[in-house]
Design a protein around this ligand. Structure first.
Ligand code: LCS
Length: 396
């Protein structure tokens, strides 16, 4: 039985590649920028891609290869590429796949800096992006153009936890010869493997759950071997130069070993917190795909394997002032952006992660001034709920 057929935790812990020289259990950190060739002939063969092996760490490094193999095995894709940030991964995909004159369809609820890339920067290179509601097929069909090349979304989306039906997106992409790209940062491959629904390319901010310990900025692209090689040898090598350091690859490899147990706890804690928030009189609305009240709970259930990750958003009846008071008074939660860490984190998307949106676009995406986003950590859930309860009670 190959590793690919084994369970999720086993695949997150093991790699068929071993350290050969001393038999070290933990794969070493190859902290080197360059690789010594045996001969000029060998160097030539490696540059010509006639022989495997390494050349220079902007092109690849044993520590990053080891992580890439694990991520591909977890996402169920042929290959993966790791990069120095989630934005590095997204930028590399777009700079590799697109040319001047191309068009992209994206859902309107996406991470703030991705929105900024699409709204302000791709157009500088002659690439146009239409923002639509991907849960509305008519709107998506109306946005389609002769030159549309990519359809893009996040699910669950940051920060409103909007759910997109991946099977529908993949089918639409195939019918119209588009590349489907999904940001799977929030779900992680533990909850959703977009490839299983026919999605072509998966991107990640590995800064979040994949690493899980709040000490690395990192990204990943998972997809077919040909496209990943193109991202590596064109987008990453020649355009973005977004390279992951061997030390960061080591940290993420270490983080991945506990991905399944961490995700189980994130999911269980978040479900309990969301259910508590729904009952509190100071709370107007909770957005969490694990709640039956979530508009697309049934789609989430199908594509998230009944596990809904650790991110949620909520609105308070007292609006923006109440949200600010809560964010300033909680103690177990840290007031910080990012998500997927051991610590519970709370932040205000309108002024923080989604401030790159214009106010008009932000409101159209459902990111209201009073919305708070919470990344539920791994603390004891009673302590998380108590922290919220004490401070929410003050708002009634
Ligand atoms: N994709 C998603 C869904 C994200 O949430 C982020 C960062 C990125 C891509 C970019 O990844 P990075 O370059 O930071 O590794 N999200 C953040 C957030 O919600 N708070 O701070 C960063």
């Amino acid at each position: 039985m190959s590793l690919k057929e084994k369970g999720f935790a086993t695949r997150a812990i093991h790699n068929e590649r071993h350290e050969a020289e001393y038999g070290a259990l933990t794969f070493p950190i190859y902290q080197t920028s360059t690789i010594v060739f045996d001969s000029a002939e060998q160097g030539g063969r490696r540059f010509a891609l006639e022989e495997g092996g390494y050349i220079y760490s902007r092109l690849g490094n044993p520590s990053t290869t080891y992580l890439q193999e694990k991520l591909a095995c977890l996402e169920g894709t042929e290959a993966a590429l790791v990069l120095s940030s989630g934005m590095g991964a997204i930028g590399t995909v777009f700079m590799t796949a697109l040319n001047e004159g191309d068009h992209v369809i994206s859902d309107k609820v996406i991470y703030g800096c991705t929105h900024s890339l699409f709204e302000h920067h791709l157009p500088r290179f002659g690439i146009e992006v239409s923002f639509v509601d991907l849960t509305n097929p008519e709107e998506v069909k109306a946005a389609l153009k002769e030159n549309t090349k990519i359809i893009y979304c996040e699910t669950p989306a940051n920060p409103t936890l909007k759910i997109i039906d991946l099977e529908w997106v993949a089918k639409f992409a195939k019918e119209h010869n588009l590349m489907s790209v999904v940001d799977n940062t929030v779900a992680t491959p533990y909850c959703t493997r977009p490839k299983e629904f026919g999605i072509d390319v998966v991107v990640h901010s590995a800064t979040k759950y994949l690493n899980g310990h709040g000490d690395v900025i990192a990204g990943a692209i998972c997809g077919d071997a040909d496209f990943i090689l193109k991202c590596n040898l064109e987008g990453q090598k020649d355009i973005t130069g977004s390279v992951m350091s061997p030390f960061d690859a080591f940290l993420i490899n270490r983080g991945l070993k506990t991905l399944e147990v961490r995700m189980e706890r994130h999911c269980a804690n978040a479900q309990a917190v969301a259910e508590f928030l729904e009952t509190h009189p100071a709370v107007a609305k909770v957005y969490y795909p694990g709640l039956k009240s979530h508009k697309d709970h049934e789609i989430a259930k199908k594509q998230m394997n009944d596990k809904y990750s650790g991110l949620m958003a909520f609105e308070l009846k007292g609006g923006y002032d109440a949200a600010k008071n809560l964010a300033n008074s909680v103690k177990v939660f840290k007031l910080a952006v990012s998500l997927g860490d051991c610590e519970s984190l709370i932040q205000h998307p309108a002024s923080m992660t989604h401030s790159p949106y214009s106010k008009e676009d932000r409101i159209a995406a459902g990111i209201d001034d009073g919305l708070l986003r919470a990344s539920i950590g791994l603390e004891n859930v009673e302590d998380i709920i108590e922290d919220l309860k004490v401070n929410l009670d003050k708002l009634i």
